[in-house]
Ligand binder design. Structure first.
Ligand code: ADP
Length: 471
């Protein structure tokens, strides 16, 4: 759990990230550019010092008086001699000539420089004077006849170079934070603009309630991530809207179905109560009332079952052999068929097992057989088959009834849909049988299909995945 700080808005977080990354980049660039500048200034300085030392060595003012020598050097070197100085030593390291401002005192001749000189090499050193001033010095030997004849030192205070570098550092110290500030402000503004649509979408989505699911989140047509998000949300709204419509229709249909038998019941009782009746008359009213009550109670049970099924099959799922279920349905179906003068035949039952809930599976198949027997006119035939095909168990119920109009095939599985209303009502259905059967089959991972030829008959097929063979 996070404590303390409130959550940061995405645009603030983006800006912070972006600014931190930019800061790191700018620091690296500043350090690199500062080092590069320092290196190149040092290179220039060393090259220029070496030039002065070489010129002195080659044209040397040895033996000249100090002032004259400075003059001569100034003339000789022009602007190159500006703020530089020269010292000459004999091979023993004794100072001879020097053109050095007194303020700088005397520069020492390091043992390393003398060593290098013996080998004919120049030496570059940075020397710190007692007053903390730093001086860059090159020591160059004059070799005559293979021996060091003189040591020439050219030097330059590093003040100017240090000053240049310090000014550069100051510039960076001002420019880097300024750049960061501008980038952060710019980044924040861009993030704000980019995320404004998200805010708009949030507001629109908030306005959409269950009462008004017809609103949609505007799609700009830019095909970017936000458009895709809007399309996804809109797709969800379409599904939600159609679910709501179905739910409303379902509730209205359910209320309607309940009202009809209740009205009949109420009417019967009211008529019976209007005058004194004989015992037989009361009995007949009660008997017909019981019929209506049974109808309502059946409907309530079906509704309850259907609503439970949408949340999945109830009860423990086990390995279920379909054969005994088929036989049981066949048994009960045969009795119903006898009453209506239809012949029910068991055309075959291969052994097949699925994973599921036996009572639910029995109910699904029973509903199909019940329909087939119910809607097939007397003298017709109904055939029940259990087979295995393509790794699935197939339960087929085929009848020689009136068939179903192809245009209506998709509708019959919806709750409360009855194609031949008058006849269906007489035969007792509320239009929930197929909806329940399909919910059960779907909850078992299967499909319920129908094939039908109007006038010739229908075939309902339950296809269920077979249970894995026990090891
Ligand atoms: P009902 O309670 O009316 O039987 P169902 O959901 O079981 O409700 O069936 C819906 C409708 O589908 C029925 O009203 C009927 O018109 C049609 N139907 C179902 N089974 C058959 C069939 N075997 N032959 C012809 N029509 C059928």
């Amino acid at each position: 759990m996070r404590l303390g700080l409130p959550p940061l808005a995405i645009r603030t977080r983006l800006t912070l990230w972006y600014t931190s990354v930019l800061f790191a980049i700018l620091v690296v660039i500043s350090v690199l550019s500062y080092s590069a500048l320092a290196w190149s200034l040092r290179q220039d300085l060393d090259a220029s010092l070496l030039t002065v030392a070489r010129v002195v060595r080659d044209t040397g003012p040895a033996g000249a008086g100090p002032d004259l020598a400075s003059e001569a050097l100034r003339e000789l070197l022009g602007p190159d001699f500006y703020d530089k100085f020269v010292q000459l030593f004999d091979p023993q390291g004794n100072l001879g000539f020097r053109s050095m401002p007194r303020a700088l005192g005397t520069l020492p001749l390091s043992p390393e420089a003398r060593d290098n000189a013996r080998r004919g090499l120049p030496t570059f050193e940075t020397v710190e004077l007692p007053d903390k001033k730093r001086v860059r010095v090159v020591t160059l030997p004059l070799i005559v006849g293979g021996r060091v004849a003189q040591l020439i030192q050219a030097g330059l205070p590093l003040e100017r170079m240090d000053h240049t570098l310090w000014r550069y550092a100051q510039t960076l110290l001002v420019l880097v934070p300024l750049g960061l500030l501008l980038a952060a402000a710019g980044g924040f503004a861009i993030a704000r603009v980019a995320l404004r649509r998200v805010d708009e979408m949030t507001r629109t989505a908030r306005r959409i309630t269950a009462e008004d699911l017809s609103q949609r989140i505007p799609v700009r047509g830019t095909a970017d991530e936000l458009d895709r998000l809007a399309e996804t949300l809109n797709g969800m709204l379409v599904r939600l809207e159609s679910t709501m419509v179905q739910l409303r229709r379902f509730t209205a249909d359910a209320a309607h179905e309940l009202r009809t038998p209740l009205t009949v019941l109420k009417g019967g009782i009211e008529v019976a109560l209007r005058a004194e009746r004989s015992g037989d008359e009361y009995r007949s009213v009660l008997a017909s009332s019981l019929e209506e009550v049974e109808r309502v109670s059946r409907l309530a049970e079906d509704l309850l079952l259907l609503s439970r099924l949408t949340a999945g099959v109830e009860g423990e799922r086990t390995r279920v052999d379909l054969e005994p279920i088929v036989l049981e349905v066949f048994d009960l179906g045969s009795r119903l068929a006898r009453e209506t003068g239809v012949s029910l035949r068991l055309a075959g039952a291969e052994p097949a097992a699925v994973i599921g809930q036996p009572r639910s599976l029995w109910r699904a198949l029973m509903n199909l057989v019940d329909n087939a027997v119910k809607y097939t006119p007397a003298g017709g035939k109904v055939e029940l088959t259990l087979t295995r095909r393509d790794g699935r168990a197939e339960l087929s119920v085929q009848d020689t009834g009136p068939g179903i109009d192809p245009a209506q095939l998709g509708r019959i599985f919806q709750p409360f849909v009855r194609l031949d209303d008058a006849r269906a009502r007489v035969q007792g259905g509320a239009g929930l049988g197929l909806a329940i059967a399909r919910s059960i089959v779907v909850a078992h991972g299967g499909v319920l299909d129908v094939e039908s030829t109007p006038g010739a008959g229908s075939r309902f097929i339950i296809r269920l995945p077979l249970a894995p063979e026990p090891a």
